[in-house]
Design a protein around this ligand. Structure first.
Ligand code: HEM
Ligand code: NAG
Ligand code: NAG
Ligand code: NAG
Ligand code: NAG
Ligand code: NAG
Ligand code: NAG
Length: 379
């Protein structure tokens, strides 16, 4: 138990909800909790934070858990399997979790970065680690295409895990699996549900910048989003649930500045954006300085928590991207936004199911692909 990395994370969470100390004069949990809150959090937000802490405690139990081994059939010539490395490299998942914990402990944003890395891997040529490949003198790789560069982050976390795994069990654990494990750990460290990752992906041999056209841009409308997810075998409902990942992390101003300053030929500001929120965003993203590296939290209320405030934000017309706010534009998708906003447990369950499904898009298995020795290079 002592080496369980999640214990470190709990300290981070404790700092997050720590306030000025008061005396415990009440036995009412709510009163006690309110005494310790940072003054900026109201009771609803505090409840969310406390729920995150409880889930992290649950995560500690997982450290001593035995993994199950059920197989999951996938499209390729093999199957993905929970506990895939239990004989060939039994420490694999623990080592990835340690590296993710170490990284997230020093920079919470890396949890968001790793979840997005997994998404961008899976949507471009399947979950084959192609997003991790570096460009060479005769090839511009995926990671250097505009949707990925300069916004993707977390590559070093994968490199560190890979280096340890190569010295422990050389040539066994694929980069695509490391990324899928790291995304899972990141969800869990952000207060989302823990889940088992079916593994056995092989690494791809190709990474071309032009293939990133299958990634939806933040300007997408509802029919475009629905179509791009359908192209990957994911339903409209799963698209809405996976978009809930925007409850953690950041965005560069350039991803939404058009909504603030240059929306259309008739209005400069997107009318579907709450004007108060828009004015806050304008302060963080001044028009004069849009090309700079400045970023904003996508869910400013609870930027590091995997909660449902992404959806309540959309209901309040505070979705950051056109692609977020557009989920309210159709009555059936709006109903799902409301459902996710209201039902935290249901959202977490649906999110886990959807990200496991996303993790199986066009995977290479069996004799396909390779196990890269260095996640940045084809062998
Ligand atoms: C529905 C279509 C989606 C669009 C249009 C979209 C677009 C974007 C954009 C433009 C950013 C900001 C990048 C930047 O400027 O720094 C972003 C961030 C992010 N996205 Fe998405 N995304 C979508 C779906 C998803 C999905 C399915 C996931 C994962 C399950 C995801 C996870 C994230 C995360 C965690 C971040 C924060 C990254 C960080 O803090 O480094 N997104 N997304
Ligand atoms: C991207 O470029 C490669 C080689 O330059 C080509 O084989 C591939 O078909 C292109 N893909 C798309 C989606 O345009
Ligand atoms: C979504 O965008 C596409 C491409 O710009 C456009 O053809 C389509 O009409 C739009 N759909 C809606 C519902 O606005
Ligand atoms: C606004 O957008 C149009 C078309 O996208 C572009 O030509 C123009 O330069 C933009 N104006 C500003 C002030 O950014
Ligand atoms: C933006 O970030 C990149 C990479 O981190 C850096 O090279 C560049 O100097 C930064 N630009 C500004 C304006 O801060
Ligand atoms: C522009 O943005 C950069 C990076 O966020 C910041 O350091 C700089 O102070 C900004 N410049 C102005 C004029 O606002
Ligand atoms: C909303 O989306 C559903 C599912 O894509 C579609 O069947 C329906 O026609 C859309 N409704 C409206 C009002 O656009």
């Amino acid at each position: 138990m002592k080496s369980c990395p999640i214990l470190n994370i709990i300290n981070v969470k404790a700092i997050y909800i720590r306030g000025h100390k008061g005396s415990l004069s009440s036995t009412n949990l709510k009163d006690i909790a309110l005494q310790f809150r940072p003054s900026s959090l109201n009771w609803e937000e505090l409840k969310m934070a406390l729920r995150g802490v409880l889930l992290l405690l649950f995560g500690v139990l997982l450290c001593v858990n035995v993994h199950g081994f059920q197989a999951v059939p996938v499209g390729g010539n093999g199957t993905l399997q929970v506990g895939y490395y239990w004989r060939t490299c039994p420490q694999a998942e623990r080592i990835v979790k340690e590296e993710v914990a170490k990284a997230v402990f020093s920079n919470y944003g890396l949890a968001a970065g790793l979840v997005r890395l997994h998404f961008h891997d899976c949507f471009v040529k399947g979950c084959d680690g192609s997003v991790l490949i570096d460009s060479t003198s005769n090839n511009v790789a995926e990671k250097d295409a505009p949707p990925n560069n300069p916004s993707l982050r977390g590559f070093e976390v994968i490199d560190n895990a890979k280096a340890r795994l190569e010295s422990l069990c050389s040539g066994v654990v694929s980069c695509a699996d490391i990324l899928a494990f790291a995304a899972r750990d990141s969800v869990q460290f952000s207060g989302g549900f823990p889940y088992k990752v079916p593994a056995g992906r092989k690494d791809g041999l190709i990474s071309h910048a032009n293939e990133t056209i299958s990634l939806p841009p933040p300007t997408s409308n509802l029919s475009q989003l629905t179509q791009m997810f359908a192209n990957k075998g994911l339903s409209q409902g799963e698209m809405i649930t996976l978009s809930g990942a925007h409850t953690i992390g950041r965005s560069h101003c350039s991803s939404f500045s058009k909504r603030l300053y240059n929306f259309s030929s008739t209005v400069s500001q997107d009318p579907s954006l709450d004007p108060i929120y828009a004015s806050q965003l304008k302060l963080q993203c001044p028009n004069s300085n849009i090309s700079a590296n400045s970023t904003v939290s996508m869910d400013p209320r609870t930027p590091i928590l995997m909660d449902t405030s992404y959806y309540s934000g959309i209901l309040a017309h505070r979705g950051l991207f056109t692609s977020d706010q557009t989920l309210l534009s159709n009555s059936s998708t709006a109903a799902l936004v409301q459902q996710n906003a209201r039902n935290w447990w249901l959202f977490q369950r649906k999110f886990v199911a959807a990200i496991i499904k996303m993790g199986q898009i066009d995977v290479l298995t069996g004799s396909q692909g390779e196990i890269r020795a260095n996640c940045r290079r084809i062998n």
